[in-house]
Structure formats: structure tokens, C-alpha cells
Write a protein that binds this ligand. Structure first.
Ligand code: MF3
Ligand code: CO
Ligand code: CO
Length: 270
């Protein structure tokens, strides 16, 4: 049997076969299920380290593997990004305070396939302004997913997201992007969350990638802290992110990381 089934585009994007969708579905489903379960762990006074420990235990119980433990030296089963942290927040012993918003990002490996997804959560009470940031970020991800179908381009995805977010007077982070995935964590292409319609590689059935827009209430610029992971907004404004892993089908997208409990949007269980 050929281990490298499918083919590669000239941009180095793997075109997967019909049977590969089942592998991604299983991996995506477990990641999403763990994000459903972790909602019980988010409350005022809880530490992000304890939330991560819950995630690590659940990945292990399911006989899966964490993709992030050991990835480029990273040591945790999740990234937990609180308030002005844009992404790659390292779980630790800081306690959540009332009104804190956090992104929890989990990537698991099931039978060699990677499922990568993140959502927003709230500790305590959500303010109006913050609720809008979370809503706009959530909707921006779906604007991007709606642009996914064979014949459209990656630029169409970025354009749909940027256009929507900037019309809401918020900004799209440029310094981090989505990525191809499958039997590897990060593969071509870079999936930008901004851009011009009609530019970039053409989408083809069988491409697997993430869309994971980060949206700031203030300016888009970020900086990485001395720990070499934590990315924060330069202007200290609040930032939100949602991430799905998807596959291009004959007429649109299959979302591999849909919430089994229908709880992707955080304010549903508030
Ligand atoms: N899950 C992140 C992503 O969406 C990557 C985290 S890598 C880590 O691509 F090492 F920081 F965990
Ligand atoms: Co990702
Ligand atoms: Co992720």
C-alpha cells in the first residue's frame, strides 16, 4: 500500500482522498468533545494550569495523543490565552478573575490524524463590549468557512474575514494564521485571515486546513513575550479567537471540529 496516498498541488498542499475524511472527523470530534467538557472547569478562582491538567487527562483517557506536548519544546496539552493574550498562552498558576475571557486551544492526534480547535470561554460575568468581541470573532470564522468551496481561493477566505471584522471596527491579527493539517500539525498553506478576493491558491476538494481568526478590540499588532510563546496585543486591547479544522468537499466544507454537544459558541452555556 502507498503510504502517501493522494497528491500534492504545486503550492505543496496535500489533496486527501475520500477515506481520509473519516480520520479527520474522528480526531476533530475528540478535540471538540474535550472543549465541550472543559467548560465545567472555567470559573472564577480556577487556574489555567488546572484547566490544562483536565485536558491532558481527558486526552490520555481517550487513548489519544496531545499534539502540543513536545511540539517545539511546548510542554502542555493546550494553549490558554486570557484577555489581551492573542494566542499561545501557557497554562500556569494564575487564577481567573471575574470577567476574564479566555481562548482554549486543543490539538489531539487520533490514529495519526490531527484535530485542532479552539473556542472562547468566560469566567464569571461577561461585559457587553466583550460579548460583542466574542460574537464578531465567532461570526468571522463562519464568514471564512462560508467562502470555502472548490474554485474559490484562500484569498477569498481571508477577504471575507477581514471585510466583516473591519466593518465592525475591530482588527484582524496579521502575525498568526491558520494552516494545512492532516497527518501533520502544520502544513502548507498559510491560511491568512485577511487578504484580497481571488488571490492565493485555488481551493480543491480534499484539502484539509484550519481557519482560526484572532480579532482585537484595538490595533492588530502583537508581540511575543520573553517566554517565547505568549503573544499579546501591543496596545493591551482584548483579543478573541475561534478555530475549526475543516476539509473541502465537492460543494463546500466539512467542519471536523463541530461541537458534539452544540456548544461551540460560549454564551450558549453561560
Ligand atoms: N493549536 C495551535 C494552532 O492552532 C498551535 C499550538 S502550538 C503550541 O495551530 F505549541 F503552542 F501548542
Ligand atoms: Co491551528
Ligand atoms: Co489550535
Amino acid at each position: 500500500m502507498n503510504r502517501h496516498k493522494g497528491r500534492m498541488t504545486r503550492d505543496g498542499i496535500r489533496i486527501h482522498e475520500a477515506a481520509d475524511f473519516a480520520g479527520m472527523h474522528a480526531a476533530g470530534r475528540l478535540a471538540a468533545q474535550i472543549l465541550d467538557e472543559v467548560a465545567t472547569q472555567v470559573f472564577v478562582g480556577q487556574t489555567t494550569g488546572a484547566i490544562d491538567a483536565f485536558i491532558e487527562a481527558r486526552v490520555e483517557e481517550e487513548g489519544a495523543k496531545s499534539a502540543t506536548i513536545g511540539y517545539k519544546g511546548y510542554q502542555h496539552a493546550s494553549c490558554i490565552s486570557v484577555n489581551h493574550v492573542v494566542c499561545h498562552g501557557i497554562p500556569g498558576d494564575k487564577k481567573l478573575k471575574d470577567g476574564d475571557i479566555l481562548n482554549i486551544d486543543v490539538t489531539v492526534i487520533v490514529d495519526g490524524w490531527f484535530g485542532d480547535t479552539s473556542r472562547m470561554y468566560v469566567a464569571g460575568k461577561l461585559s457587553r463590549k466583550t460579548e460583542r468581541l466574542i460574537q464578531v470573532t465567532h461570526d468571522a470564522l463562519f464568514k471564512g468557512i462560508e467562502a470555502v468551496k472548490p474554485g474559490n481561493t484562500f484569498g477569498d477566505i481571508g477577504h471575507a474575514i477581514q471585510n466583516y471584522v473591519e466593518a465592525q471596527r475591530m482588527s484582524v491579527v496579521r502575525d498568526f494564521c491558520g494552516h494545512g493539517l492532516g497527518t501533520v500539525f502544520h502544513a502548507p498553506p498559510n491560511v491568512l485571515h485577511y487578504g484580497r478576493a481571488g488571490t492565493g491558491p485555488v481551493l480543491e476538494e480534499g484539502m484539509f486546513f484550519t481557519i482560526e481568526p484572532m480579532v482585537n478590540l484595538g490595533r492588530p499588532e502583537t508581540k511575543v513575550l520573553a517566554d517565547d510563546w505568549t503573544a499579546v496585543t501591543r496596545d493591551k486591547s482584548l483579543s478573541a479567537q475561534f478555530e475549526h479544522s475543516i476539509g473541502v468537499t465537492s460543494d463546500g466544507a466539512e467542519i471536523f471540529t463541530l461541537s458534539p454537544a452544540g456548544r461551540f459558541h460560549p454564551t450558549y452555556d453561560a
